[in-house]
Write a protein that binds this ligand. Structure first.
Ligand SMILES: Nc1ncnc2c1ncn2[C@@H]1O[C@H](COP(=O)(O)OP(=O)(O)OP(=O)(O)O)[C@@H](O)[C@H]1O
Length: 257
């Protein structure tokens, strides 16, 4: 593939809030179409890194590169953040309507996106009529409907049971694999196994400064078959990420003592 440069990157970015030590300097580069997982201790700066990549947070210094086309960055939060009064189709159509698409086209594309996440039969359901997993699928469809170049996911499945969670990870992989072009995905999670299973690269953030302190490639091509979880290469990578995560926390615990 031709080197097209990153779809999003942080170059020596520092975020300086009056109430705490500065975060950074942060360096991270995300290539078009790649899947990167961010792991780190609570408060390490994972959400801040995503918000910087989304343009929702200002850097105090350094450079943020955002190469996704306007309106083609999708964001999915831990809670589905749906409009409670609107049905699934209207929720998913909203970003298209806001970007000026005619209503009929927006509704047709919303129906298509909901079908892709397995909710083709629930277009008229309101959020209160959906399970947690279904509501998250609607949120995913809303992010995918704009055919994003960059999809940012902040612990999207953390509140779900483990079976639903696995299914959603598999669906996300499948949706990514059929998209043309594939979006880059940056996925924040506390779950090391989920990070290794989903991503092509796992980046570990330092607990104190938020700086990436380990950047590990995962073996094998995504999307992975479910039985890959029993593969020794998967287990070894999980151990390597868990070790890097423990090391990142130990250093900051030492610094604090
Ligand atoms: N607007 C803000 N003003 C001041 N401090 C902030 C602000 N936003 C975040 N922080 C602090 O910056 C640090 C990083 O926060 P962030 O939410 O990015 O961490 P995180 O790794 O996503 O945490 P968690 O895993 O708990 O969600 C935390 O100490 C947080 O309290």
């Amino acid at each position: 593939m031709a080197d097209t440069g990153p779809i999003a990157a942080l170059d020596q970015v520092v975020v300086d809030w009056p109430s705490r030590a500065p975060l950074g300097p942060l360096d991270l580069s995300v290539a078009p179409g790649e899947i990167v997982a961010l792991v780190g201790a609570s408060g390490a700066g994972k959400s801040t890194t995503l918000r910087l990549l989304a343009g929702l947070e200002q850097a105090s210094s350094g450079r943020v590169i955002r190469a996704a086309a306007p309106g083609r960055t999708g964001f999915v939060f831990q809670s589905p953040t749906l409009m409670p009064w609107a049905d699934a189709q209207a929720n998913v159509a909203l970003p298209l309507e806001l970007s000026g698409a005619p209503k009929a086209e927006a509704r047709a594309r919303a129906a298509e996106a909901l079908t892709a996440v397995g909710l083709g039969q629930r277009l008229t359901a309101r959020p209160a009529q959906l399970s947690g997993g279904m509501a998250m699928r609607v949120s995913l469809a809303r992010a995918l409907v704009t055919r994003p170049d960059l999809l940012l996911l902040d612990e999207p499945f953390a509140a779900l049971d483990s079976v639903t969670r696995r299914r959603l990870i598999e669906d996300l992989h499948a949706l990514w694999a059929v998209a043309a072009p594939r979006p880059a995905i940056v996925f924040v999670t506390h779950d090391v196994e989920e990070a290794v299973y989903l991503a092509q690269r796992v980046v570990v953030l330092d607990a104190a400064s938020g700086r990436p302190v380990a950047d590990l490639n995962t073996p094998g091509a995504a999307p992975r078959p479910d039985h890959w979880r029993a593969d020794p290469a998967y287990r070894q990578t999980v151990e390597a990420v868990a070790d890097a995560l423990a090391a990142s926390m130990a250093t900051s615990a030492q610094a604090a003592s």
